[in-house]
Design a protein around this ligand. Structure first.
Ligand code: ZN
Ligand code: ZN
Length: 372
């Protein structure tokens, strides 16, 4: 059963045209999907309100309804069909024009721009400056963004009288409606260049290639982004520009694995040398550094070079370089090597094999160094 349009809009039977319009607008504002996204019945309620408004805002239709009710309207050929509109958003636009409920309040901010740079681990540790080049919308310098050829006046738009909006009366499946639209001549600006800028054709903006120096801070990690506020696309006149996001990719380094601020590297040491102990050069970010292996160094032992890791982003302290000893057992022995090892093996005693650590401590260390 269609509902009583007076009840739907909540107006008395002697309500003026103005009251009806006001009630409908207030109801629409309440039911707008931006405001009332959680009400599943909002769409149905708005359709009812729209129908009520269609009936009561037309004097002839209203008179028919007052005398004969919905039945009288139907036999008179009135058949509202709001389902012709795809969504409730379209329905709102049909009644009030797009952006009528505060969606567009001013000149639009520029969009963001994203670029990617690739650096190596050393650059990530030291920090680096990079030039990035990208396409961006810039303010037109010729007209300084106002869209008018320099020296020519900017006039009030004749079509909309400077309001930026047009009222259009249209016939729709459910009657005559007044809609508000953005002026198509001045695109809502209200003002228009009498002679559009010849460089940007009156847009005030143009696409250009831009280069920018980007400072990559020491300690940056792969996949992090640097945001340069206001360095993206220019906005419309009077609105801020978008931001530039620089995605930093740090190339993998075959010598180091990064673990937070620490670097981890593996050092191959032949088994006899690990037994004897030695001072060896290990690669560091800046070159190499000597590291002392104690006699009897075991596979998986970790030597730590303090402060030779990555700097912590935004703080001074550097992480450590952890050197994991990889004891290599010699393969493909010559006859002489075999003889030597056989002799050595004959001399080995329990004492040579005994560890200072208990098995439990060894396990804990192995697990701990993995978790660190
Ligand atoms: Zn221009
Ligand atoms: Zn206009």
């Amino acid at each position: 059963m269609p509902r009583d349009p007076y009840a739907v809009l909540g107006v008395p039977r002697d309500a003026s045209e103005q009251d009806i319009k006001k009630a409908f607008r207030a109801l629409a504002r309440e039911l707008h999907p931006d405001v009332n996204a959680h009400d599943p019945d909002a769409e149905e309620k708005f359709k009812q309100a729209a129908e009520a408004h269609e009936i009561l805002s037309d004097p002839q239709r209203r008179a028919t309804y007052d005398r004969f009710g919905h039945e009288g309207l139907r036999s008179g050929g009135y058949a509202p069909n709001f389902d012709a509109f795809g969504s409730i958003g379209d329905l709102f636009d049909a009644f009030f024009g797009s952006g009528a409920f505060g969606a567009r309040t001013g000149p639009e901010q520029g969009a963001d721009v994203a670029v990617t740079i690739e650096i190596d681990l050393h650059e990530a540790a030291e920090g680096v400056e990079r030039e990035v080049a990208f396409e961006a919308i810039d303010r037109c310098e010729h007209c300084r963004g106002n869209g008018a050829e320099p020296g020519t006046p900017i006039e009030t738009c004749e079509r909309c009288g400077g309001s930026g909006q047009l009222q259009a009366v249209t016939r729709t499946p459910f009657g005559q409606m007044v809609r508000t639209m953005i002026c198509d001549r001045c695109e809502g600006e209200g003002r228009i260049a009498s002679q559009p800028c010849r460089e940007c054709r009156g847009r005030g903006r143009r696409t250009g290639r831009r280069t920018l120096r980007v400072e990559v801070p020491p300690g940056i990690a792969d996949g992090q982004r640097i945001r340069l506020s206001g360095r993206g696309h220019a906005g419309e006149v009077g609105a801020p520009a978008g931001d530039l996001y620089v995605l930093v990719r740090v190339r993998e380094d075959e010598r180091f694995v990064r673990e937070g601020d620490d670097l981890v590297t593996a050092l191959d040491v032949a088994a006899p040398l690990a037994a004897l102990g030695a001072t060896l050069e290990v690669p560091t970010l800046d070159g190499s550094s000597p590291v002392a292996l104690a006699p009897g160094t075991q596979p998986g032992d970790v030597l730590t070079l303090k402060g030779q890791g990555m700097p912590a982003l935004g703080r001074g302290r550097r992480g450590d370089l952890r050197v994991v000893v990889n004891v290599v057992i010699p393969r493909r022995l010559s006859d002489e090597q075999r003889a030597l090892l056989e002799r050595l093996n004959m001399t080995l005693t329990e004492e040579n094999m005994r560890s200072q650590e208990s098995m439990f401590a060894k396990l804990r260390r192995a697990l701990g160094s993995q978790a660190a």
